[in-house]
Ligand binder design. Structure first.
Ligand code: ZN
Length: 73
């Protein structure tokens, strides 16, 4: 389980300086940016806030995201 206080302050790194990049936690394992729809996996309780990683899932629907997320290579 990820620290809820950490989730409160996390923002999408691609949007934080422009639109805000507010994230919504989906299925306890994904953080979905409400602005650009990049999706950041939470792997071993660590949110992976990499734009390149978020890019991989930008076209995926939330319901199609793998749970648990695949390991980051
Ligand atoms: Zn974003």
């Amino acid at each position: 389980m990820v620290n809820p206080e950490l989730l409160e302050i996390l923002r999408c790194p691609a949007c934080v300086r422009t639109t805000g990049g507010e994230l919504v936690l989906e299925r306890d394992t994904w953080l979905v940016c409400q602005d650009c729809h990049r999706k950041y996996p939470i792997v071993d309780d660590i949110p992976v806030m990499l734009i390149d990683e978020g890019d991989k899932w930008i076209e995926s629907r939330v319901e199609d995201l793998p749970v648990p997320p695949p390991p980051i290579s």
